[in-house]
Design a protein. Structure first.
Length: 703
């Protein structure tokens, strides 16, 4: 065999090299984990060419042992995630509310790492289940790490951390057969939920289109709990955090979501990755809702109750800064998998509230990292390391990276000059807000926590007609997957406490009247209440409808980064090219799809369904109606209410299928690639979806 030129590994001479944590593998020869160069990576050591492998083969064992341990336990929840790096910048100093440095210096770009996730599915599950999405942001501030570990919905299912294992057990695949994967549509979940009236508000969100986002880049984020800001004077106010995406908030259709799950389960991960690679950096504005200390009790709900939001009509969201994601991770495992968030990672100026869900989380996150990342030194992994210097007397433990040079590892000390010494508040030491506290030890909730339905109603009433229809159909779908009729009926009965029509529409799909159910006697209702007295406690809502809860009026004025497919055979290629150029000028990502590859085509029809696009155009003389993939392509786009342009005779399609009305449906355009059509097509794409086309799957009636 010809001899290859080998670049020798540089001898590791310097102490700081021992702390290296990256390897680019370029121009380097292959070694064992101990740095021994390997001269044969193809054959194990054997007793003769046909003989058994030898136990002595330390090179084989070095490689296989490491391989055997490549997996770490996945997250108990939020196992499926995608991450990206970026930065955050505040617009104006927020000194009147908080002393947090990164919220006070507009010139400062604070690096961030964001991990988006689904909740219920395993690590390899689809990106498009009906589920809450995690939205966790790690800020590497000059004062240390600050983690805002939120979701894409502003409320949560339960009010107290002690119910979290029950909730998660009920939604995860069932224990006997580990089915279904990444789905709430099964009976243990609905059995639990139908007994938990406090979950009803979040259930409205989960059944809404928010649970099937079009893109991670088009989701809102929420801190969920009420937190505290503290300023230099030691004054505190309450704060709710929001992330507002600059591309607007958009979702896909449910039928589309199920198809994407099959065709491209990495749809969201790919979308985020490609946008960043293309330089289309996703952006969110950070919003805050501020409630002064004196207003703590002025709302009909409790600020500490995580099943409630503060309607924006009562307390407006003030946009105070912007986050931009501009860099993909280099290594998924090292960054996205090993990142460890914790709501207790705080900086001076931001503090906790007594929300009993948040309080429980403060225990859970470090505890889970001990199992997942193997010990207490996970904060030394590159992705978790603060940029601020770390000096303390914590020592040793599994996988310690730091080589502590001092033998003085206690405080107080004189031998180490008293270092590291306690920081004073003036020099940036963290101090908790000295909230006065004196009460009896008790397992109970404040009375306002008993209001379970008023905000579920607020959410339902705030939805547009198509959004309500989607919510009803989501419930019909989910409950149809429940085998035990009594569970389904109890759930429908519970919906009646939210809205009579909602309950009726869901019941209609099962051919039953709305069952009357008594509110379950669970721990959120005092145990000595006689069943006949168990009435829903509904606080009088201060707001009947909240615009911010609907996606109908979100940003719809551009087609930036929208994915458009042009189905074009070789004949249609020139027209496809013109259309592609026009759409690209507006910032769209355009692909030409062809039944048979041609020089202007990007993909073939066999591999590329329309569900992974926002809009389609069909060009050319091909008898499209004869091709099964083309049929699904166009029919799906029509069913999912996407903008469709039919150019150069392609309008024959719908006629052949006996759907002549489709040609007159909103969002369907017919013509040539002249300017008028292109302009209308762009407008139709920007509108996102033309829901007016939809028919009710149970009654067959429009909208
Ligand atoms: Fe979490 N949650 N959670 N959670 N959560 C985890 O921590 C937990 C809750 C959220 O991308 C776990 O490192 C409890 C609310 C996100 O790495 C675990 C309770 C909100 C992520 C855990 C909650 C969240 C997690 C699993 C009820 C929105 C993914 C692995 C008291 C405000 C972070 C891990 C990432 C992850 C516990 C409720 C958001 C087990 C006990 C409410 C975004 O520690």
């Amino acid at each position: 065999m010809a001899k290859r030129k080998i670049t020798k590994a540089a001898p590791t001479a310097k102490a700081e090299d021992l702390q290296r944590d990256t390897s680019d593998g370029m121009e380097q020869q292959l070694t064992t984990a101990q740095g021994l160069p390997i001269d044969d990576n193809q054959n194990s050591l054997k007793a003769g060419v046909r003989g058994p492998s030898l136990l002595e083969d330390h090179i084989l064992r070095d490689k296989i042992t490491h391989f055997d341990h490549e997996r770490i336990p996945e997250r108990v929840v939020h196992a499926r995630g995608s991450g990206a790096h970026g930065y955050f910048q505040v617009y104006e100093p927020l000194a009147k509310w908080t002393k947090a440095g990164f919220l006070n210096e507009p010139a400062r770009r604070t690096p961030v790492f964001v991990r988006f996730s689904t909740v219920a599915g395993f690590r390899g599950s689809t990106d498009l289940p009906r589920d809450v999405r995690g939205f966790a942001v790690k800020f590497y501030t000059e004062e240390g790490i600050y983690d805002l570990v939120g979701n894409n919905m502003p409320v949560f299912f339960i009010q107290d951390a002690i119910k979290f294992p029950d909730l998660v057990h009920s939604v995860k695949p069932e224990a006997h057969n580990e089915m279904p994967q990444a789905a709430s549509a099964h009976e243990t979940f609905w059995d639990f939920i139908s007994l938990m009236p406090e979950s009803m508000h979040t259930i409205m969100w989960l059944m809404s289109d928010r649970a099937i986002p079009r893109s991670l880049r088009m989701m809102e984020g929420f801190g969920v709990h009420t937190f505290r800001f503290i300023n230099e004077e030691g004054e505190s106010c309450f704060v709710k955090f929001h992330w507002k995406p600059l591309l607007g908030v958009h979702s896909v259709a449910w039928d589309e979501a199920t198809k994407i799950s099959g065709k491209d389960p990495d749809f969201h991960r790919r979308d985020l990755w490609e946008a960043i690679e293309n330089g289309d950096f996703p952006e969110w504005e950070l919003g805050v809702q501020i409630v002064s200390a004196k207003d703590e009790h002025k709302f009909p709900f409790d600020l500490l109750d995580p099943t409630k939001l503060i309607p924006e009509e009562l307390v407006p969201v003030q946009r105070v800064g912007k986050m931009t994601l501009n860099r993909n991770p280099v290594n998924f495992f090292a960054e996205t998998e090993q990142v460890a968030f914790h709501p207790g990672h705080l900086v001076p100026g931001i503090d906790l509230s007594n929300d009993p869900l948040l309080q429980g989380r403060l225990f859970s996150y470090i505890d889970t990292q001990l199992t997942r990342l193997g010990g207490p030194n996970f904060n030394e992994l590159p992705i978790n390391r603060p940029l601020a210097p770390v000096h303390n007397n914590q020592r040793d433990g599994h996988m310690r990276h730091t080589i502590d040079k001092r033998h003085i590892n206690y405080e107080p000390n004189t031998l180490g000059g008293g270092c590291p010494y306690q920081a004073s508040m003036a020099s940036g030491g963290f101090t908790s807000f000295p909230e006065p506290m004196e009460d009896m030890k008790i397992r109970a909730k404040s009375e306002k926590f008993m209001d379970h339905f008023s905000q579920a109603k607020l959410f339902y009433n705030s939805q547009s007609k198509p959004e309500r229809n989607h919510l009803i159909n989501a419930l019909r779908f989910e409950l149809a997957k429940v085998d035990t009729a009594s569970v389904r009926e109890r759930m429908i009965g519970m919906l009646a406490y939210v809205d009579g029509d909602l309950a009726h529409s869901v019941a209609e799909a099962f051919g039953i009247p709305v069952p009357e159910v008594k509110l379950p006697l669970n721990h959120s209702i005092p145990a000595d209440t006689p069943p006949e007295d168990v009435q829903p406690y509904d606080a009088e809502p201060l707001v009947k409808r909240s615009k911010a809860l609907s996606m109908a009026d979100t940003i719809k004025d551009n087609i930036h980064t929208r994915r458009v497919a042009i189905l074009a055979d070789a004949d249609g290629a020139p027209q496809a090219k013109t259309l592609k150029a026009a759409l690209q000028r507006e910032g769209a990502m355009v692909k030409v799809i062809a039944p048979v590859m041609h020089p202007d085509a990007d993909h073939t029809l066999m591999t590329t369904p329309s569900v992974v696009f926002d809009a389609i155009a069909v060009v050319g003389s091909q008898p499209w109606e004869d091709l099964p993939d083309a049929q699904d392509f166009v029919r799906d786009a029509f069913r999912h209410c996407k903008a469709i342009a039919l150019i150069g005779g392609a309008d024959a399609l719908f006629k052949v299928w006996g759907m002549p009305d489709a040609l007159k449906a909103p969002g369907v355009l017919i013509g040539s690639t002249d300017k008028v059509l292109v302009k209308d097509f762009i407008q139709a794409i920007a509108a996102h979806r033309h829901w007016a086309r939809e028919k009710d799957p149970v009654t067959g009636k429009k909208g």
